[in-house]
Design a protein around this ligand. Sequence first.
Ligand code: B12
Length: 267
Amino acid sequence: MTLHEVADELGVHYMTVYRYVRLGYLPAHKEGGSWRVLREDVDELRKAPPSDARRGQPSSPWDQRLLQRLLAADQSGAWKVVEAAQSSGMSIGAIYREMILPALREMGDGWHRGEVSVAQEHAATQVATRIVSRLSALGARRGISKGVVVMGTTATDLHTLPVMIAADLMRLEGFDVLDLGSRLPAESFAEIAAVQQRLVAVAVSVTAPGQAEEVATTVAALRDRVDVPIILGGAAIDGDEHAKLLGADMGGPTIDDILPKMLELVA
Ligand code: B12
C-alpha cells in the first residue's frame, strides 16, 4: 500500500503515516522511490496502536524500530530513530547499548536463522556504520584524557563495526582510542602500538570464530613491543579465562565486562 492509502485506511493525515514509517513503528520499504507498506503491518498497527503514537511520540521499543530501518536499508529513517531517542533523553552510551547493539545482534540472529539475506545484512551493516560514524561525532568528549588505547582486530577478522562501537564506548569514558579497524597484520598492530605516548592498554577485538591461532600470534607480537595490559574482547571471547588462555591479560565478550577494570587501571 502507498502511504496515502494507509492514511485513508487509518483515517489519519498522510504526514502521520509518514512519521510512523520514519520513526520506525510502521515497517515500510521503497519501490521506485516511494514508500510501500504491507497490509498486514497496517493491520498490526491498527490492532495495537501505541497509545502515545496518537500524540506523535514513538512508543515501540527503540531497538526494534532501529532494526526495522536497518533491514529496510533506510539510512535517513534510521538516523531519525536515533535522533528521536536522543531527544527523548537517551544518552549516547544508552543509544549504543540499548538500540544499536541489540538491533545488530538481532539482525545477526535473523541472518543465522536464514530469515535475513546476506545482501540485506550487508546493506543494514552499511547503514549502521554510517549511523555509528554520525553518533561518534556527537559523542566527542572534552576533558582530561585517561590515556591512549590502541584497538583493532586480528589479520583475519572482518568485523570493523564492533571495533568502532567498542572504541566509542571507551571514548565516552575518557580514553583516547586509536581505532585501527579490521584485518591489520599483527606486526603492524604491534609497531603502531609501540610508538604511542601515554599508552594504557591494547585492545584486540575478536568477533569471528575459529581464530585461536591468529589471536595468539597477534598477542605475541604485541607482547614483544609493549608492556601495557593486552585485552581481548568481542563475540568470540567467552570470558577472562578464555582471554588468558590466548595469552592476554584480561578479556570478555562485551566492553562493559572490561570497562570497570580499565578504569581501575588508570585510577
Ligand atoms: C555485520 C556482521 C558481519 C559483517 C561485518 C562487517 C563490518 N563492517 O563489521 C561481515 C559480513 C563481514 C561478517 C562476516 C562474518 N561473520 Co559476522 N556478523 C555481523 C553481525 C550481524 C553484526 C556485527 C556487529 O557489529 N555486532 C554488534 C556488536 C558490536 O555486538 P557485540 O559483539 O555484542 O558488541 C560488543 C563486542 O563487540 C565488544 N568488543 C568489540 N571489540 C572489543 C574489544 C575488547 C577488548 C572488548 C573488551 C570488547 C570488544 O564491544 C561491543 C559492545 O559491548 C553479527 C551479529 C552479532 N550478534 O553481533 C554477526 C556475527 C558476529 N558474525 C558471525 C559470523 C559467524 C561471521 C562469519 C564467520 C560468517 C561466514 N560464515 O562467513 C564471517 C567472518 C568473516 C571474518 N573472517 O571476519 C557470528 C559470530 C559467531 C561467534 N563469534 O561465535 C555472528 C555473531 C552472527 C551469528 N549470530 O552467527 N559479519
